[in-house]
Structure formats: C-alpha cells, structure tokens
Ligand binder design. Structure first.
Ligand code: TMO
Length: 317
C-alpha cells in the first residue's frame, strides 16, 4: 500500500509497536460522520491518520446539529467541519455550556447560502441581488409552489432557517427541504438540459463549483446577532433577515478531555488544516468520481503525503 510505504518512510510508526504513541489511550477516538461528502471523506482521512499513529478509531453517523452536544459530553471526540453558516449557533451554544473547545480553524473560507447555476441569470439579469431574485419569483414557480417561487433548501438538520428568512424579508418563495445532498445535485442536473431557472442551497468549498458555474444570492449582509436579536438586520421585528456569512470559518472542535486522553492525536488534530481546493477535491472524489469515502480518503492520503507529514511529525507522544 502506498499509504503504508509513506508512513513507514516517514518513520511515523514505531518499529514493531502497535501503540506508537504510548501517551494515547487505547480506547477508540470517536469520529462523527454526517450527510455531505467532504465531511465524510475528511473524517476518514483524519481517522486513518490517527490509526497510523497507533490509535483506535470508531465512526458514528450523527445528526449534524446534535453532534455539538455529543462532543461536549465526550460521547464523540471531535468534529472536523464546523461550518459557520450552518452550525455556528449550535457550536456557540455548546461552547457556552462547556465541555468542548475550538481546536483551530482550517485554512478554508466558507459560504453557504441560496445559489443558482449561471443560466438562471440569463432569465433574471438583476441577480445576484435578493430583491431582483424576489421580483423574478414567478420564474421559479412549480405545480407544488403555485404562484410562489420554489427554493430547494438543504436537509432539515442543516437548519438554514430558510422559511424564517423568506418570512422576515417578505419573499414570494416557498421553501422545500431536500431529503439529501444528492437531491440538490439532481435538481440542478435536471434543470440543466433546458436551462430552467433554479435556486437551491449550496456551499463552497464543494465539488459543484467545478461542475456548474454559478453564484450565491446576495442577501442583506450577515451581522452578528441576526439570529438572536430582531433589531439586527433590515427588518426590525424579525430574526434571520440576513444572509449567511460570505467569508465564514471552518473550524475543528474537540471534546475537552481529548487533550489528556489522546495527547498525540490531539496534537495532530490542532495542526490539521485543509484548504478550499483540498475540500472541494474530497467532495469530488465521492460526488463526481463515485468512490467510497474510505477509499477516497486512502487515495487522498497517498497523493498528499507531503501535506500530511508535518501535521504528525511534531506529535510523536
Ligand atoms: C453543512 N454544509 C456544508 C452542507 O452546508
């Protein structure tokens, strides 16, 4: 295996030892898996790094909002993708209660919001302004939404507050939640043949930007407190009357106990940082190339040895 060759070449695995890092517990590090591809691949990449360091790893599929409570309680050890737009509120709520902490930012800058493939703009040239979108709502009407436009939001656990935003800004749209990320790509794909205008939830970094050129809708600029204080944002009586942050963070979060229980793995976690292109590539391997996430993670690791090595060499327990 290329990965094994790399790791032994880098002398990351102590010769005949199964526990290369004597300081780390032999209990499994519990890594949560959610319902979008980059998170699944990245979590497997990090799990495989930990295993090569001599740790045991267990993956659990969890709700992407409830996970912050699980990390806080130590039932889950970490979270690799804390997206500011989707999860900032749940993450902050857990931080306030105590038990988890910020394990550092990825290099990546993120955005999650209403998005359209570029052909949509031909039919609605005032885009990306949200008021222009609203004036074009009839272009997005379907049998399901009557005379309102259809906005296909993400799965409910990403909690985009799409319905609240539509109300707060008095928009002529009906918000429909997709059952899965795949339903979003199917919606864009089926609109492509006849260049039908569509507006769906999307994010960056993601594989989609390499497949369908497009733009995010510009909503009233995000201000801190827009989800907590009605006075923040253009509608003085409503929450969620702002877009999501346009240059959001992507954080790692860790259970407070991780530092003492698995010090070497924790050290590596704090060093790990993925870029926008790396994350888009991880998503592409699954969503475009149709690889299994574990396999994508192995391939990503073997192709990125030089990236990974500095994250772990300083962390040999
Ligand atoms: C949480 N997500 C990256 C899918 O917006």
């Amino acid at each position: 295996m290329k990965l094994t060759a790399f790791l032994s070449a880098a002398t990351l695995v102590a010769s005949a030892s199964t526990a290369a890092h004597a300081g780390d517990s032999s209990d499994p590090i519990v890594i949560p898996i959610h319902n979008w591809s980059s998170q699944i691949v990245m979590s497997n990449v990090v799990g495989q790094i930990f295993e090569q360091m001599g740790n045991h790893v267990e993956y659990v599929t969890t709700d992407s909002q409830a996970v912050y409570e699980s990390v806080r309680l130590g039932d889950v050890t970490l979270e690799m993708e804390v997206w500011e737009g989707a999860f900032g509120a749940s993450y902050r709520a857990a931080l306030e209660k105590g038990g988890l902490h910020d394990a550092g930012d990825h290099d990546a800058v993120t955005r999650e919001d209403w998005w359209y493939p570029m052909w949509t703009k031909d039919a609605c040239p005032g885009l990306p302004d949200w008021k222009a979108l609203n004036d074009c709502a009839h272009l997005f009407a379907t049998a399901e939404t009557g005379d309102k436009g259809r906005y296909l939001d993400g799965p409910v656990d990403w909690l985009k507050h799409g319905k609240e935003r539509v109300e707060a800004l008095d928009m002529n749209f009906t918000v429909i939640n997709a059952g899965s990320a795949a339903a979003l790509w199917a919606e864009i794909g089926s609109a492509e043949a006849d260049k039908r205008p569509v507006v769906v939830f999307n994010w960056t970094p993601n594989f989609a930007e390499a497949v369908w050129p497009g733009e995010f809708v510009d909503f009233p600029v995000w201000e801190e407190g827009c989800d907590k204080d009605p006075a923040v944002g253009p509608n003085p009586d409503a929450l969620y009357d702002c877009g999501n942050p346009t240059s959001g963070y992507l954080k790692k979060a860790a259970w407070d106990g991780m530092r003492d229980k698995w010090p070497a793995a924790y050290c590596a976690l704090t060093n790990i940082s993925f870029t926008n292109p790396q994350i888009a590539e991880m998503a592409k391997m699954v969503d475009t190339d149709e690889m299994e996430p574990e396999e994508a993670a192995e391939e990503w690791l073997s192709a990125n040895q030089a990236v990974v090595e500095p994250w772990i060499t300083s962390c040999k327990g």
